[in-house]
Ligand binder design. Sequence first.
Ligand code: OMP
Length: 270
Amino acid sequence: MNRAQLFEQIKKKNSCLCVGLDTDLLKIPKHLLATSDPIFEFNKQIIDATHSYCVAYKPNIAFYEALGPKGWESLQKTLEYIPKDIFTIADAKRGDIGNTSALYARAFFEQMNFDSITVAPYMGEDSVKPFLLKDKWVILLAHTSNSGSNDFQVIELSSKRRLYEEVILKSQQWATPDQLMFVVGATHPEKIESIRALAPENFFLVPGVGAQGGDLQLVMKHGSNKQCGLLINSSRAIIYATNDTDFAEKAGAEALKVQEEMGEYLSRYL
Ligand code: OMP
């Protein structure tokens, strides 16, 4: 999916919600465990209940690879089930020397047909470029939502820039905003305006609302650009709204609540 198509979806649905499919056998409703593929069954019902309110799905690969070959199978079935007009993110946080990154790219873009993948920038240009295939996106970790983001990402360099700022500036020499997004945590709302100034055109994947307590309104107010420029992710707060038999209905209601909050903002500013 290209940038224009993504923006079209955002306008059509009046939403920039990304639903995180962090599907955990220990957290899904017990009655699903009797089915042949509980992870897929859960995802299928979550997708049915939420697809009208979101523009992206982000399966976190750790939850699937932890289950071995069966987990990869559930992931593949989930990806195939996601409606084609919804953007897909392999949250894999990969990145290695060039020839190895090329194989990660093959895994997620050819074996599986994801639109995008999250990539760690630490190994630099040659580790990122193999993911920049035609019509595919790199979502580069910039300033993450977790407390450990303060360990390295904010270190001040001799250029007087913070490390995450350098990542954002330097990587824009490798790819255009048609293929490059940045991860910016919703837990640093005070920084999102200055981060937007460093990358005016790029989309940001913003995790950290919902279970991690980030502020949706502040993110939208200070992080939006002319094309919205945001994919705001919520995983646990939506998919585990309850672990009862009506889990999908409750997840749909949660997604609708977030969409309505986003919609109010988007219709005022877009
Ligand atoms: P919830 O906290 O349940 O909404 O989940 C957040 C999801 O976003 C998880 O899959 C995390 O791995 C992911 N994530 C972050 O929480 N923080 C980041 O800075 C980056 C990511 C990510 O790359 O998606």
